[in-house]
Design a protein around this ligand. Structure first.
Ligand SMILES: [Zn+2]
Ligand SMILES: [Zn+2]
Length: 398
């Protein structure tokens, strides 16, 4: 029964494309920013209701969690879609362009939400042969506060406890009909960094009467750069960027305060812990050596996305079966950008991958977060078929 279903699944996904395109274009015209996805959440609830799927709303603010149970208990697979848009002007000239000035679905989260609804619809059609439970996670605020963490905190991965989670992101660098995979590390962690260097002001002509916070801050910036070059294993990767340096009031006054603001990116939790500890030690130690004092404030942002290679192997073999071996790209290197899917992967095994949506002939070539970003909507059939095959493979009794 399951094998039979796998063979039919792409045709079925293509069959619901017109329905999905209608939903996607509706969401696309009504983009909502993180934690404001009220209309989007309403639409999701209405559609889940129509399909007869039990759901819980208001998770982490505007999240919606759907549950599809097969006839017998089994494993639990979660599938996740993010829902939020970006504060960006939609520059496309298409009938379905954003109707909200200054807001746009420029990261394809409308497409992710639609694909999860399509996945839900087909899973419901096969509910009688579903060998376990599928959780549908419609997640808010990927672009802002990391809504994945809010869903984890709201218990979205518990009761019933999730055994594996799959997610995917549209990728305009990959042609439609292709899929991109990263084994192991996929995205970096991120931490917001602020270092306040405190000195003592004095007349610029008599600097020995004070402690120059600017000179101390300059030493701190240089010292922080040696953490990556000297203290991180050369086979790992990390980034420390100081993007803002502010201090002082006038050329003839020794500054008593300098603020450094930056971001830290690492590919594993282990490197992350070590780098953050060293930032604190270096900044405080170097400032002290200069007679100043450094106050280090680190705000944890996103966890790294580290794929489970076994589950990613499932995605690869499904994608090869569905799209052909030549259309499955394995990326050799991870991305230093972030994705809040890492919060799920800190709690459970999972795999996150890229779905090609590029179509050069139709001018669909712009990157995400660009005012001309769009997708080839036929990609949604591949996304739906793949997510169903991934879930089925994990749920299938061995
Ligand atoms: Zn984005
Ligand atoms: Zn995105």
């Amino acid at each position: 029964m399951i094998d039979e279903m796998r063979k039919r699944i792409l045709a079925e996904a293509r069959g619901i494309l017109p329905w999905m395109i209608e939903i996607r274009r509706d969401l696309h015209q009504h983009p909502e920013l993180g934690l404001e996805e009220y209309r989007t959440a309403d639409r999701i609830q209405a559609l889940l209701g129509e399909m007869g799927i039990e759901y819980e709303a208001g998770l982490g603010g505007t999240g919606v969690l759907g549950l599809i149970r097969g006839p017998n208990d089994g494993k639990v697979v979660a599938l996740r879609a993010d829902m939020d848009a970006l504060p960006l002007e939609d520059k496309k000239e298409v009938a379905y362009k954003s109707k909200v000035p200054g807001k746009m679905h420029a990261c394809g989260h409308d497409v992710h939400t639609t694909m999860l609804l399509g996945t839900a619809r087909l899973l419901m059609q096969h509910k009688a042969s579903l060998p376990g439970i599928v959780k549908l996670l419609f997640q808010p605020a990927e672009e802002t506060v990391g809504g994945a963490r809010l869903l984890v905190e709201a218990g979205a991965l518990d009761n019933p406890k999730v055994d594996a989670i799959f997610g995917l992101h549209v990728d305009p660098a990959l042609d439609v009909g292709r899929v991109g995979l990263h084994f192991g590390q996929r995205n970096a962690s991120s931490d917001d960094l602020k270092v306040i260097v405190h000195g003592t002001s004095a007349h610029g002509a008599y600097p020995w009467e004070g402690v120059d916070a600017i000179v101390a801050a300059a030493q701190v910036v240089t010292a922080l750069q040696t953490i990556v070059s000297r203290q991180v294993d050369a086979r790992e990767a990390a980034v420390i960027t100081i993007g803002v340096i502010q201090g002082g009031t006038q050329g003839n006054i020794v500054a008593d305060r300098v603020e450094l603001v930056g971001t830290v990116r690492c590919l594993t939790q282990e490197t992350r812990r070590s780098v953050l500890r060293q930032i604190r030690e270096r900044a405080e130690g170097v400032a002290l050596g200069m007679g100043a004092r450094a106050e280090v404030v680190i705000e944890p942002s996103y966890d790294p996305v580290v794929n489970d290679d076994g589950l990613l192997g499932i995605v690869r073999s499904n994608a090869q079966e569905l799209l052909g071996e030549g259309n499955v790209v394995v990326f050799p290197r991870p991305n230093m950008g972030v994705e809040d899917f890492g919060f799920y992967l800190s709690e459970t095994r999972g795999a996150y991958y890229s779905l090609g949506v590029r179509n050069e002939a139709r001018g669909i070539v712009h990157q995400v977060h660009h005012g001309l970003f769009d997708v080839d909507e036929s990609a949604m059939a591949y996304g739906v078929a793949l997510q169903i095959m991934n879930a089925m493979k994990v749920l299938e009794p061995c």
